[in-house]
Write a protein that binds this ligand. Structure first.
Ligand SMILES: [Zn+2]
Ligand SMILES: [Zn+2]
Length: 80
């Protein structure tokens, strides 16, 4: 299975990505938690198929912060 960005051609398996590319989403195969920006220390895994299909980075993962803090982070994001 290939794990390449279909937009810019970066090889995620090799740790490559293009800053500013929506499909790359600023990381290769793993990204710091997208809810709190990595504060909880969790790494999210890229969903290669979904990213390629949607032409937008898709990640699977969970925030490790307590629920209350996570909700606060989510509210912050939605009002940005
Ligand atoms: Zn890309
Ligand atoms: Zn988190």
């Amino acid at each position: 299975m290939t794990a390449r960005c279909t937009a810019c051609g970066a090889d995620w398996k090799q740790g490559a990505f293009t800053p500013g590319c929506a499909q790359c989403g600023g990381s290769a195969m793993q990204a710091p938690c997208l809810i709190c920006g990595g504060r909880c220390g969790a790494l999210w895994e890229r969903s290669v198929d979904d990213s390629q299909d949607a032409d937008l980075a898709h990640w699977h993962g969970n925030c490790r912060l307590p629920k209350e803090e996570r909700d606060r982070e989510l509210r912050k994001r939605s009002t940005r």
